[in-house]
Write a protein that binds this ligand. Structure first.
Ligand SMILES: NC(=O)c1ccc[n+]([C@@H]2O[C@H](COP(=O)([O-])OP(=O)(O)OC[C@H]3O[C@@H](n4cnc5c(N)ncnc54)[C@H](O)[C@@H]3O)[C@@H](O)[C@H]2O)c1
Length: 508
């Protein structure tokens, strides 16, 4: 069935030679395939060809491939002037304008030209593969083959099964991807597919934190980068880089496509910022301002230097208290009795709960209470959180001791789950739901997110590292506090947390 992808004559047709098409053509020729490129716009394919030749030659200069291989790869690239010339292709991928009718028209035309067993693939990022295929006489040979920008660097591709896609089609696409040096991940045809679906949590929880007045955009980014989670960029840096005109539209579209699932709900300020043209780096203004394309970050105020006489950290015995005790040891006097002495400030380390409610439940004064996020320990940037009524002096003394070893501290307003806890718990929860809905396997979820979004770990690996039961407890506490269904734990997470097993455990 279908042409052999290992045959030297297997030819890939690439329609649309813009940002994505040229990248796909490049990895296809370097992967050993013959490629025919077509673009409707005069001169566009020629430009893409020049670009690819330059990229391939540069790879040879850098020693990433031999001169001989580079010449052979460039020789496998051919421009064609019409779709008719795609007739002998084993697979044709379109990377044209993101418009259902136009994509359907192109596939309709191709069907009359190519062999019965030629695969028709779409690089669409937001349209339904099933809807594109529904316009074809043979929808079973249509699949999504969704690459990421820049294609040669982000070495993962989503192989998207439409409702009608035949199993052999996705198997062939897997083999093609591997020959091109890319990792294929399999996903069902659902909004955002796998990567853009799993990537929602970082954005939606980031914007929720900002909307609720808990922290500033740069503080959220600082914590996600330096607070132990080790993200390369925080949500606001990411939105500024992609451009809010693109990421804002994706945010709204995924929310709507999932029938207003609360987990994906954006915040009203996103629409306003889009309307105001605050699109980010490319216009010089977004969540940050940019001077000479460099991000301007507000200077951090100097940390207070006075230390408290005594810090009450609550009764001994639970893990988060231990993290605080280890940190404070040798720096200040520590109290662990049932109640704080009159001269102590109170430091608590809740999971999924805010500082105010924690103080009330412990029967301590909210005025002299602060909370510290210990989810990732206290090695990296520390997050210090006030109650609604913490005295400024208490806050500054707590800040002083947290900064006394030179470590960075971010001071935020009260929040169930601080910043890192709620963002990470949301990310793990959404990926758990992806596994639950059988959109992709746990392995592919981790692979897709770490390769496609460059997260430091796959989301389910994050969950396992921190503990499924801890993530579950954070979400449950947030759900109780807000009463907002966006925080309800996925059944996948709940069951594995209660069973005490890995989030990677497949359903029997
Ligand atoms: N840019 C990204 O980051 C990205 C990432 C993943 C997927 N995608 C998807 O890839 C596709 C292409 O995106 P892009 O960013 O490369 O766009 P682009 O605008 O850079 O390139 C599109 C090219 O297609 C050509 N074209 C348009 N209609 C055509 C037609 N009917 N026949 C032949 N050629 C036609 C245009 O002339 C242009 O050269 C879209 O479906 C997009 O959603 C884009």
């Amino acid at each position: 069935m279908a042409q052999d992808v290992n045959s030297p004559n297997f030819t890939i047709g690439v329609i649309g030679t813009g940002t994505m098409g040229r990248g796909i053509a490049q990895i296809s020729v370097t992967g050993g395939f013959r490629v025919k490129m077509f673009d409707a716009q005069e001169g566009a394919a020629e430009k893409a060809q020049e670009f690819i030749h330059r990229m391939v030659s540069r790879a040879a200069e850098k020693g990433q491939m031999s001169e001989q291989d580079a010449t052979a790869a460039n020789g496998r690239l051919q421009i064609v002037g019409s779709l008719d010339e795609m007739a002998d292709c084993g697979m044709v991928i379109e990377a044209i304008v993101e418009n259902l009718d136009v994509k359907r028209a192109v596939f309709g035309e191709l069907e009359g030209l190519v062999a019965e067993d030629t695969i028709l693939a779409s690089n669409t990022s937001s349209l339904s593969v099933t809807q594109i295929a529904a316009g074809c006489a043979k929808p079973e040979r249509v699949a999504g083959f969704h690459f990421f920008n820049p294609v040669p660097l982000l070495k993962v591709v989503e192989v998207v099964d439409g409702e009608m896609t035949a199993p052999w089609v996705a198997d062939k696409l897997d083999a093609i991807a591997r020959k091109c040096g890319h990792e294929p991940v399999r996903t069902q045809d659902t909004p955002g597919f796998l990567v853009n679906h799993a990537g929602r949590g970082l954005y939606t929880e980031g914007v929720r934190i900002l909307a609720e007045g808990i922290a500033e955009a740069h503080q959220v980014d600082d914590v996600m980068r330096e607070g132990g989670a080790n993200f390369r960029m925080g949500p606001f840096e990411l939105m500024d880089t992609t451009g809010l005109d693109v990421s804002g539209v994706v945010m709204e579209s995924i929310y709507e496509q999932f029938y207003q699932e609360p987990r994906f709900r954006p915040q009203a300020f996103i629409r306003n910022r889009m309307a105001a043209g605050l699109h980010g780096r490319k216009v010089g203004r977004g969540f940050y301002t940019y001077e000479d394309n460099k991000k301007v970050v507000p200077a951090a105020p100097a940390a207070p230097t006075d230390l408290p006489d005594s810090v009450w950290i609550g009764p001994e015995g639970h893990a988060s208290t231990q993290v605080l005790a280890d940190f404070l040891k040798g720096k200040v006097e520590i109290e662990t009795g049932a109640k704080p002495s009159a001269r102590a400030i109170c430091m608590v380390a809740p999971m999924g709960r805010d500082a105010t409610m924690t103080a009330i439940d412990l029967g301590i004064e909210a005025e002299r209470t602060v909370a510290v996020d210990t989810l990732f320990g206290l090695e990296g940037r520390r997050t210090l959180m006030t109650t609604s009524v913490t005295d400024e002096g208490v806050r500054d003394l707590a800040h002083g001791v947290l900064a006394s070893d030179g470590g960075a501290v971010t001071v935020i307003h009260d929040s169930p789950g601080f910043i890192a806890q709620r963002v990470i718990a949301t990310i793990v929860n959404i990926s758990s739901e992806i596994a639950q809905m059988r959109i992709a396997t746990p392995e592919d979820i981790n692979k897709a997110v770490s390769l496609g979004l460059a997260y430091p770990q796959g989301p389910l690996e994050f969950g396992d590292r921190l503990g499924a039961s801890k993530i579950h407890a954070i979400l449950t506490a947030m759900h109780d506090f807000y009463g907002d269904p966006r925080y309800r734990p996925s059944p996948w997470l709940t069951r594995r947390a209660r069973l005490g097993i890995s989030l990677m455990t497949p359903e029997a």
